[in-house]
Design a protein. Sequence first.
Length: 498
Amino acid sequence: MEKDSLKDKLYKYMDAGFPIIYLNTFEEDKVDIIVSEISSGKEVYEWNETYGYMDFQTKTPMMEDCDLEHMLDQLKSFDLLDRKIILLKDITAYLEDPRIVSKIKGIARMINQGADATVIIISTTLVIPKELEKFITILEMDYLNTDEIKTIIRTFISDNGLPEVKSALVDELALAFKGLTEFEINNLLALSYADDGVLTRKDLRLIFDQKQQMIKKAGILEMIPLKETIDDIGGLENLKDWFVRKAKVYKNMNKAKAYGVDMPKGVLIAGVPGCGKSLNAKAAANLFEVPLLRLDMGRLMGKYVGESEGNLRKAIALAEAISPCVLWIDELEKAFAGIGGGGSGAEVTTRLFGNFLTWMQEKDSPTFVVATANDITKLPPELLRKGRFDEIFYVGLPNDQEREKIFQIHIAKRRPQDLKNIKISELVKNSSGFSGADIEGVVKDAVESAFADDKASIQTNDVLDAIKNTHSLSEIMKDALEKMTKEYETRKFKNASR
Ligand code: ADP
């Protein structure tokens, strides 16, 4: 992932003449510091709701009772604008006013035509008028590192005259706060302290809940509840064994590192739909005893310059902040299809993909990536090279032994008492070409119809009837499956099944 700090990026964008930079943040104070560090001799004019038009450096009003429109009028010629930074705060409500929008657009145009100036909008919410879309670049605040978070906690304790807190608790709090902004941390500290006047380990719960809220709000990562375990997966023994071995490393990371073992990166599981790829992602998180975060690639794609990359960066930073965790990237091929093609969409995808690859390559955090894909023929070859994932597995249709296990698992889930009466071997014989999801569907149907017919239990025939009524996956997509299997064999991916 990019190592540039917000300051570096802001500087680069200004230097490159990007007209409007939109900083999506609560941390105005920090932005002020950064802006004064990078203004390099330019004059900085600020507008905010409280003081109107003011000089940023001296914090004195430039003009009494100057509204935003009036201020923008002061900058409407090339000369007036040249060598200025215009810092606009609290202006989201004004961005619905067409007159204001058109004035900002006028300024952006002059910058595009060569005026050495930058408009910086600082806001806690993202409001982008259509007319300004192509002029705006969005930037996000950097995440705080552990030391910075500890300083915030210590400052809060001393500012509020709280009793000393053990350094072990500060460490734990700092870990729990990872991924939050300074503003959010201070809010949570105030909340934790308000209920009983002290900071204790009990407050970690509150912080954790809050973090989950935050992930929900960001809307790009989803925290998946962990129900499935490795025992819910029928077959795929090679893949399961591999996960068990990785879990041993992952759960003993310090020891493993000291021994010389590399930090596990992740796995790509490709293959036939409905055969347990997602199931494995979930079971892995359970096995590793860490939270499971699902990255929605579709929601990642934004329409503004920098938005998709910003979203990916945010998702990755959040996952790293929450780590140790499993980051599940579902339907990877959807995200990275169209790379290298024409059009601006393809350009964004290619850049995103580059960022993702760099991150995978350099990743040093305990964020274990499980990427799943139905169709690897759509994936760019760079992704499949060594060094990105620890291993690439392919999952095919379950063989006889695997179908036997899958039938057992799904019958045992719903009607454990009937398991002994059912001839699983008959079911296996009649279900060749069925996926795991097909088998689950068959068992569900059999149980439901036995119930509807007031039967005391389900019998082999009930399941066989359901099999007859099902069009299996291989029936539906025979050719595609054959092509896929060949592809995996030629690429020498590891077979998930034994
Ligand atoms: P995909 O490979 O498309 O990610 P999933 O893992 O989502 O497929 O499988 C869908 C459902 O089918 C699972 O929730 C599970 O109930 C069932 N299933 C698929 N494969 C297996 C399997 N190997 N063992 C047990 N159940 C399976």
